[in-house]
Design a protein around this ligand. Structure first.
Ligand code: AMP
Length: 220
């Protein structure tokens, strides 16, 4: 098994954190992907009180308040107990970073760097299979089988999918999310640099990384 047990993926929206998590999972199948954005979206779909509260902030591209996000992540990590996990979308500011350091040991922090123009193309073209969550892109990664202009068959699960954007993947909300990222990320980077946990990787085309390269990144 790899020495690295708890990983954080840092990077702007659209850096490909979800995609890179899937690539890492192919190498460490037991690794559990924990995405705060996915947990919020699941709660919104199920209309829980957490979901209703979170939606208010998410639709504006703002961060959900720390007291809500921190206790949600604490519960999830407690459930995961001795498992290997990878955090995607958390921590998002220095308060969450310090909170996390009090509840978990982190082995590696990967900072995914991508040019802003590439991010915009990725986010504004992004759509997901509602059945299995596989991520596609209108410009760069369409499913193989096309039914009509806006409808495809999912490559992974075989169900029909339509081009449907996340409600926060609009240009206005994206610009706000990028601002929020830029304002908050530097202190997080410094925090993990000081602890010698940070490794920066070029994420312009993570699908081009070979398993060998990913293993090197993970100090496998
Ligand atoms: P993501 O799917 O990671 O792009 O997150 C989508 C949205 O969920 C963000 O724009 C925030 O509104 C909210 N969110 C996700 N993770 C966090 C977090 N760690 N802290 C606060 N809000 C978050």
């Amino acid at each position: 098994m790899p020495k690295v047990k708890h990983i954080i993926l840092l990077g702007p929206p659209g850096a490909g954190k979800g995609t890179f998590s899937s690539q890492i999972k192919k190498i460490i199948p037991d690794l559990i992907h924990v995405s705060t954005g996915d947990i919020f979206r699941k709660n919104i779909k199920e209309s829980t009180s957490l979901g209703i509260k979170a939606k208010e902030y998410m639709d504006k591209g703002e961060l959900v308040p720390d007291e809500i996000t921190n206790s949600m992540i604490k519960n999830r990590l407690e459930e995961l107990d001795k498992h290997y996990w990878i955090l995607d979308g958390y921590p998002r500011n220095i308060g969450q970073t310090k909170y996390l350091s009090g509840i978990a040991n982190i082995d590696l922090v990967l900072l995914l760097s991508v040019d802003t123009e590439i991010i915009k193309k990725r986010i504004l073209g992004r759509f997901t299979c509602l059945n299995c969550d596989k991520i596609y892109n209108k410009y760069t990664l369409l499913p193989k089988k096309n039914i009509n202009e806006n409808k495809w068959i999912c490559d992974d699960c075989g169900k029909d999918i339509e081009f449907q954007q996340r409600t926060d993947d609009t240009e206005k909300t994206l610009n706000k999310r990028l601002d929020v990222y830029k304002t908050n990320v530097e202190p997080i980077i410094d925090f993990y640099k000081d602890k010698k946990l940070l490794k920066e990787i070029n994420a312009e085309d993570t699908l081009a990384y070979t398993n060998k390269e990913i293993k090197e990144i993970l100090k496998f």
